[in-house]
Write a protein that binds this ligand. Structure first.
Ligand SMILES: Cc1cc2nc3c(=O)[nH]c(=O)nc-3n(C[C@H](O)[C@H](O)[C@H](O)COP(=O)(O)O)c2cc1C
Length: 338
């Protein structure tokens, strides 16, 4: 699987998730086998670039190449400007978000709301591709199958994208109206793959190695992208990549490995966010790691009440001390809630 000049090590990608796939988490996923990761979306409006949130999202220090940055917005010139600005900050691939269904994005006619206006989609793609070309930076598009089931226009959007020079397309097998309801469907992804020659990445509800293999075979897609099933399970990438390459399963992680992985993640997370924000934003990650663990509810309550990073770490260490390091952890697939 290639994106422009970048040959990726495997076809198992981390989905961009705002508030989740920050630099520490992307880097952890890459270390644990993800072939590629896209940053959380960055605003295209220059007035927002100096906010604390944006400056964190613009920080790619130490990230394994290629650094891919997602941009969102609806003004073609602003999107082009945002792309070039992010290239200046280290982006080597620019991804355009036309998949996000949330109101904050849709109300300003960006994210998946753009799917209703194909002429505007064309102007945005053209503008961003032209702006990135002199920098040798490929542009990708992430989208859904359409606005609603009566207007599934992913095939037309895909052809448009290919004609305008988009280097790869990620398709989430739901419409905007679906939000995260029901099951992702893969027929549209399969049709899109038959219609275009650019690489297609299949996304939606992939949570096991077998599901990844099925989706790749059924759709003919070049890669899979995993979002919610990777929350608290960053090793899912190596499990899937290993299964796709060999047809055999890796053994589940053991407690000793979970301990090392989680504490390392937290160290990087606290360093990235600082004490005040770090202790708070770590809660959701810790909750995901521990969600399936028998008897972890008291610990999770304690983690959520902790006001200092050292208290979170101490509580976790005490809990891990009670578990033999060689005991395999429970790895039931995560419930896919948005
Ligand atoms: C918390 C959360 C935040 C998300 N943020 C983004 C985003 O910033 N950009 C984007 O293109 N998609 C975003 N998504 C959508 C995911 O990238 C992905 O398309 C979707 O979750 C379906 O994949 P999954 O079933 O593997 O989770 C987000 C999803 C979640 C759950």
């Amino acid at each position: 699987m290639r994106i422009g000049p970048w040959q990726l090590p495997n076809p198992v990608f981390v989905a961009p998730m705002a508030g989740v796939t920050d630099r520490p988490y992307r880097q952890l996923c890459k270390r644990l086998g993800a072939g590629y990761a896209v940053s959380e979306m960055a605003a295209s409006n220059p007035r927002l670039w100096n906010s604390v949130k944006s400056s964190r999202r613009l920080d790619h220090q130490g990230e394994t190449e290629p650094v891919a940055v997602q941009i969102a917005g609806s003004d073609p010139d602003m999107m082009a400007e945002a792309a070039v600005f992010n290239i200046g900050k280290g982006a080597r691939i620019i991804d355009i978000n036309m998949g996000c269904p949330v109101k904050k994005v849709c109300n300003v006619a960006s994210g998946s709301a753009l799917l209703r206006d194909e002429a505007l989609v064309a102007r945005i793609l053209d503008s961003v591709v032209r702006a990135c070309r002199p920098h040798g930076v490929p542009v990708t598009l992430k989208t859904r199958t359409g606005w609603d089931c009566a207007s599934r226009n992913a095939v037309r959007i895909a052809r448009l994208a290919q004609d305008l020079g988009i280097a790869a397309l990620t398709l989430h097998g739901r419409t905007r109206a679906d939000m995260y309801q029901g099951r992702a469907e893969y027929d549209t992804i399969r049709r899109v793959k038959q219609e275009v020659e650019i690489p297609v990445v299949a996304n939606g509800d992939i949570d096991t190695p077998e599901k990844a293999q099925y989706v790749l075979q059924y759709t003919g897609a070049d890669a899979v992208m995993i979002g919610r099933a990777a929350q608290g399970r960053p090793w899912i990438f190596r499990e899937i990549a290993h299964f796709l390459a060999t047809g055999t399963h890796l053994p589940p992680p053991v407690f000793g490995e979970l301990r090392a992985c989680l504490l390392e993640h937290l160290e990087d997370h606290y360093r990235f966010y600082g004490e005040f924000t770090g202790v708070r934003s770590a809660r959701k990650h810790i909750g995901w790691y521990l969600a399936d663990m028998p008897g972890a509810q008291t610990l999770i309550t304690c983690i959520n009440q902790a006001e200092r990073t050292t208290d979170q770490v101490r509580a976790l260490e005490q809990w891990f001390d009670q578990h033999p390091p060689n005991e395999p952890i429970c790895t039931a697939p995560a419930a896919l809630a948005a």
